[in-house]
Write a protein that binds this ligand. Structure first.
Ligand code: SF4
Ligand code: SF4
Length: 297
């Protein structure tokens, strides 16, 4: 398919949104408002599940819990396997219908990347931006490592020098936190784009008729480029349909909705409907509220 020619109209106003690499965080559409809520709920559940012993494996003290009751290691491991298989199947069907929603809505790693971008954006004129961002990413990586380790060890081991696993737990923590920091600080969303095996798998199985961003060539586009600047995955949202699934195509889109938000903000200045929208009007399950539908009439 040929690339679209963007509508060009000389009286469009200058954009009032700074032309920087935006870290878009103010939710505009219902979709993005829900996305922040879902991400917050996921992070809180990730912390609470082992804390409340819904599922907790404490290999350091050989104790295991399931739904608040202490159980044997075998039962706890069986629960882990069932949880993984269940998650895989739910995710498979979710991805078939809705694309890489998991990356944009559920994955806590993506949320940390996003927080880094937001800090970077807020401090863009600050002299010590690089240092603050480094410290923030170190803090994020260390916190994420502790949250993950809390599923399989007793974190109190870190402050018990007499514990037989004290050294091992500290070494594991340091190695994982440093790897996490390197990925967060040096790669950001590039990791999701080209290294995360789960993300690559989701890219491959994404369907053309899954939920995705559509660029309506019948509507005006001021060619401000904000949708491209704001995209955490370095995609050009207007051109995704015309690119290869694996390289710049919709298979790499994590459905965060940021491009739709900025397009709406920009086109609201003109009093015109935004050309970037969801493809909810086209033969897929209409998952979004009507306010997201194109207003072409
Ligand atoms: S194309 Fe839009 S929805 Fe997809 S990742 Fe980029 S900004 Fe998010
Ligand atoms: S944000 Fe909207 S108006 Fe601006 S370039 Fe992208 S599609 Fe066009």
């Amino acid at each position: 398919m040929a690339k679209p020619t963007f509508f060009n109209y000389p009286t469009f106003r200058e954009t009032k949104i700074p032309k920087i690499r935006l870290a878009h965080w103010k939710p505009v559409t219902t979709y993005t408002k829900f996305r922040w809520v879902v991400q917050a709920v996921v992070v809180v559940s990730f912390v609470l599940a082992p804390y409340l012993h819904w599922l907790k494996l404490d290999f350091t003290n050989d104790r295991y819990w399931l739904l608040g009751h202490e159980v044997s290691m075998v039962i706890a491991l069986q629960a882990v396997v069932i949880l993984w298989i269940g998650t895989y199947f739910i995710n498979f069907f979710e991805n078939y219908l809705i694309g890489r929603l998991l990356c944009g809505w559920i994955c806590p790693w993506g949320l940390l990347n996003r927080l880094g971008m937001i800090i970077n954006n807020f401090l863009r004129r600050h002299k010590r931006r690089a240092l603050i961002l480094t410290l923030a990413n170190l803090g994020f990586a260390a916190t994420a490592t502790l949250v993950v380790m809390n599923w399989v060890i007793d974190l109190a081991t870190l402050v018990k020098p007499q514990h037989p696993y004290f050294g091992l737990v500290w070494i594991t923590f340091a190695v994982l936190a440093l790897i996490g920091f390197a990925i967060l600080h040096k790669m950001g969303f590039k990791f999701c784009e080209s290294i995360c095996p789960f993300g690559m798998y989701l890219t491959v199985v994404t369907q053309k008729n899954s939920l995705r961003i559509a660029f309506d060539t019948g509507l005006a586009c001021v060619d401000c480029g904000l949708c491209t600047q704001v995209c955490p995955m370095d995609l050009s949202p207007r051109e995704m349909d015309f690119k290869d699934l694996m390289s710049g195509g919709f298979g790499q889109c994590i459905l965060c909705g940021d491009c739709i938000d900025v397009c709406k903000i920009r086109m609201d200045l003109e009093g015109l409907p935004a050309p970037l929208r969801w493809n909810t009007g086209e033969n897929i399950i209409p998952l979004l509220p009507l306010e997201q539908m194109p207003t072409t009439d």
